[in-house]
Design a protein around this ligand. Structure first.
Ligand code: ADQ
Length: 457
């Protein structure tokens, strides 16, 4: 079997340092099976460094290759087209999208230059697997350099309805470039169907069976491969000494009261202001929860150089102050808003000590927090997941309490049902979800994609 070459914006880590999520672990596993190369951006911006030096790291059969980008690349490719154009459009937020020709050009150039640097490292029987919205045009660049190897792609974020995507200038050209991949994987059946509809309606493609598309003389596999977590490992994290210490600190502080937990990067796709308002609604509509149920929101800042992200953080700080001002008591604070990261084992303990996991994105490719929350629960006394219907995870977790995050009333009702749910029902719902998480984990996900991709060769 040929080597695997993984391409993603950020690379590694190769060793599980306790920080690596299921994705990195599954990719390292897949790389180790055949030997291979993981290629991407170093995370560094340097004037001359762009395509100067490849920084290499090797553990046995797996090699990391990373390159810097220039300040102009950072502005146009990363902060510009990837995060101010594609991220909002693919999350259905045309109101926040910036359309600037320079950003698109810079994005295509960085894709071309990454391809130019990877080209000499590719061997004849390698299989390539490219990740996410930073690299939509990457395979087209490689094909232009006569790379004939199988190249697969996985989109971690949603793919919107064609009615939304059509607003992106040159959407047709970007999607046509994606057809240079041999396999295009999405998080949900809905995302895959949206992509197929765009290709059929806008590019005159045709469907071949239910998982292939033919367009522009090429036939491409287009399928949903819902990403999983390393459920068994995460469930063990929740019983580690670090987790137990955080459980006991929290339980002491809660003193018999219940906690709702939210964990998200600060991002407008995560529905955080709507979530805080829904929690306020819970305290208004079901006053018996005052003094008894609190919300802990853990939200490390991300992309804080972008205006939209600065603004949402300010809104959340205001809402925290507002709700706490209205409802706090001398010995109880309704919302605790923590803008920092935690080690994964500590996080697992926090999930375990929380009666409700509240995951209410307005749009999300999958949402791994929903899965981690379930994996961290105690089998004998599990908590309840309240989950947005707009998270990809909802497609595969029907036992969660599925809610519309835009409706404060509906989310408050979901929270009230979760808080009052009898033990037996909690156990039944949890068991069904946990069994599925263990079967459909991150390893199974990577293997499913790679086996389809290898069938192309
Ligand atoms: P993200 O948008 O980053 O991922 P998500 O799937 O929720 O969203 O993953 C976040 C990860 O970061 C989780 O593993 C979580 O535990 C961790 N995390 C968040 N806050 C943390 C904190 N304060 N401390 C420590 N860890 C924290 C994108 C897509 C998703 C898709 C994933 C994977 O947007 O929809 O599920 O990729 O494909």
């Amino acid at each position: 079997m040929g080597r695997l070459v993984v391409v993603s914006n950020r690379v590694g880590p190769l060793k599980d340092t306790g920080r690596a999520g299921g994705l990195a672990v599954a990719l390292v596993d897949a790389l180790t099976q055949t030997g291979g190369l993981w290629f991407g951006w170093s995370g560094e911006v340097s004037e001359e460094g762009t395509f100067g030096q490849i920084k290499e790291q090797r553990t046995k059969a797996v090699q990391l290759a990373q390159i810097d980008i220039t300040p102009a690349d950072y502005e146009d490719y990363y902060a510009g087209y990837a995060n101010r154009t594609l991220w909002p459009v693919l999350h259905y937020r045309l109101d926040l999208a910036v359309f600037d020709r320079r950003h698109e050009t810079g994005y295509r150039q960085v894709n071309d230059r990454f391809a130019t640097r990877l080209r000499p490292l590719i061997e004849a029987d390698d299989v390539l697997w490219v990740h996410d919205y930073h690299f939509l045009t990457f395979a087209a660049a490689l094909r232009a350099m006569e790379v004939g190897n199988p190249i697969g792609f996985f989109l971690h974020i949603p793919f919107p309805a064609p009615e939304i995507l059509a607003a992106l200038p040159n959407a047709g050209s970007i999607v046509r470039a994606m057809l240079a991949y041999d396999l295009i994987g999405f998080q949900t059946r809905r995302d895959a169907a949206n992509f197929r509809r765009f290709v059929v309606e806008e590019l005159g493609g045709t469907e071949v069976g239910d998982s292939r598309l033919s367009a522009g003389g090429r036939t491409v596999i287009v399928k949903a491969y819902p990403i999983g977590i390393d459920a068994e490992a995460f469930s063990k994290f929740a019983m580690s000494p670090e987790a137990r210490r955080s459980v006991s600190r929290l339980e002491k502080q809660l003193a018999g009261r219940q906690q709702i937990i939210g964990v998200d990067r600060i991002d407008y796709s995560k529905g955080l202001p709507e979530r805080f308002r829904a929690f306020e609604r819970l305290l208004d509509d079901y006053p018996e929860n005052r003094g008894r149920v609190s919300l802990m929101q853990i939200a490390p800042p991300s992309r804080s150089e972008l205006d939209a992200y600065i603004e949402i953080r300010r809104t959340l700080e205001e809402l925290t102050g507002h709700v706490n001002g209205r409802f706090s008591d001398i010995d109880w604070t309704p919302i605790r808003f923590l803008t920092r990261s935690f080690p994964r084992r500590v996080l697992a303990g926090i999930y375990r000590a929380s009666r409700v996991g509240l995951v209410t994105p307005l749009r999300d490719g999958m949402n791994l927090v929903a899965k981690e929350y379930v994996a961290a629960q105690r089998a004998e006394d599990p908590g309840v997941l309240v989950l947005s219907r707009f998270a990809g995870a909802a497609e595969g977790m029907p036992e969660a309490l599925v809610v519309n995050p835009h409706s404060a009333e509906e989310v408050a009702q979901g929270l009230q049902s979760a808080i009052t749910m009898p033990l037996e029902e909690r156990r039944d719902r949890w068991q069904a979800m946990f069994d599925r998480l263990c079967r459909e984990d991150a390893h199974a996900w990577a293997q499913a994609i790679l086996s389809d991709l290898r069938s192309v060769a």
